[in-house]
Design a protein around this ligand. Sequence first.
Ligand code: FAD
Ligand code: NAI
Length: 462
Amino acid sequence: MSSYDVIVIGAGPGGYVCAIRAAQLGLKTAIVEGRETLGGTCLNVGCIPSKALLHASHQLHEAEHNFAHMGLKGKSPSVDWKQMLAFKQEVVDANTAGVEFLMKKNKIDWLKGWGSIPAAGQVKVGDDVHEAKHIIIASGSEPSALPGVEVDEKVVVTSTGALELGKIPKKMVVIGAGVIGLELGSVYKRLGADVTVVEFLDSVTPGMDGEVQRTFQRMLKKQGINFVMGAAVQKVEANKTKAKVHYKLRKNDAEDVIEADTVLVATGRRPFVDGLGLEALGVEMTERGQIKTDAHYATNVPGIYAIGDVIEGPMLAHKAEDEGGILAEMLAGQKPHMDYNLIPGVIYTAPEVASVGKTEEQLKEEGRAYKVGKFQFMANGRARASMAAEGFVKILADKDTDRVLGAHLIGPAAGELIHEICMAMEFGAAAEDIARTCHAHPTFSEAVREAAMACGDGAIHA
Ligand code: FAD
Ligand code: NAI
């Protein structure tokens, strides 16, 4: 029986970051992972492969739609799907191998296999039982099931199947206009599929700033993605090559059917705790199946902690990573802190969508006095020069103190620009602090500065 200070179960972004930080802080650490490779959902079948396909398909879109206008004439590239998948896999392999290297570098033992917790202080992997002062559950999440829909990962797929389809579908139906549906829907639209998104609610990407939601949906429609909104999917009938998606409109109960070669079910993810033995241990869960933790990520069972997708909060890799790092620091006796209001959300479509802090809807609900500074990318020189001048930066600031309360961006590099605002908010900045910071010209970032100026006396270029 080997003995550790820390055993982490699950080597996704939450688990592996936690293990690295714990080892850096002098704790004897092991990580348990059942997959063949480290990195979890994010590196293997999530963030990384989806971004590789988004990047490759975006290049095609640029070639087909923007090159000629910039004077780049000639035939657009054709798609070699096998090679695109190979490129995606190469990126995944490099990333997962990188995590394995980091485990070795930090002297973290990888206990290969599926772990369970037979008793507090013990982790069982295969036939071996290991002892640990602290056990950290970072077992992540899996796609939620949808009643009436059977996934075969060939014709009816989750995001995992959608990342390795045998061929590019002619017709694709995406169930759910959330982040996965719109990112992967965009990929296949750009690669030539006829894509229809069926969404239960009346707006895309629930929880996002309303103005951004409307602009985002309009832009995606302009790119040729079809939307059926306010529609509850009843069932999907599928054979080996085709599927029929039956839905009912919520407003009038009208029923309809859409046929497709591929149906992507993207209606959310749920925490994954199978086989851990939590019930027998008496670990408390929330109504939504998440592991209940306190502000220090401790469960109700002493010595057992949980982080990442398996607990409450947004299911995002960087949220899991930060929780992993912070928990390791807490276990090493430090007193770190994480502000959950400052976790950015990014959708990696073109244009990108990014947000942090409060939405206008939330501020209204809270009855808070606020002001809005907005700047359109249309008036940003760099965006025009990049043929990416659609969208805007919107900054929300306290009406009296000018303190930045939130920001919502849609446009070029939004997923990078958002961090300037995260940083400003982390330091408690006022919009004027951003407005008075010299920004290089010509950059997309100038749109952030101008939006901050618009919270005050006004933007210059608007
Ligand atoms: P996971 O990454 O799910 O890792 C958990 C690991 O634990 C898994 O490898 C699993 O095999 C292992 N495990 C579980 N139980 C056991 C056990 N008993 N024994 C051993 N091992 C076990 N987030 C972003 O922030 N940005 C993005 O761009 C983004 N894109 C995404 C795209 C897709 C298609 C998907 C599906 C998700 C995406 N996400 C993205 C979400 C992101 O992947 C998750 O939020 C993140 O992976 C959560 O990290 P985690 O460490 O909590 O769990
Ligand atoms: P989601 O929660 O973002 O969206 C699910 C959508 O499906 C919602 O709009 C919901 O209203 C809709 N829906 C639910 N039931 C339905 C039904 N019966 N019929 C029609 N529509 C229905 O979930 P998604 O897209 O599956 O993503 C899961 C998680 O992965 C998210 O929490 C997200 O944070 C994470 N993720 C993050 C990414 C990023 O940060 N860029 C990329 C991809 C995933």
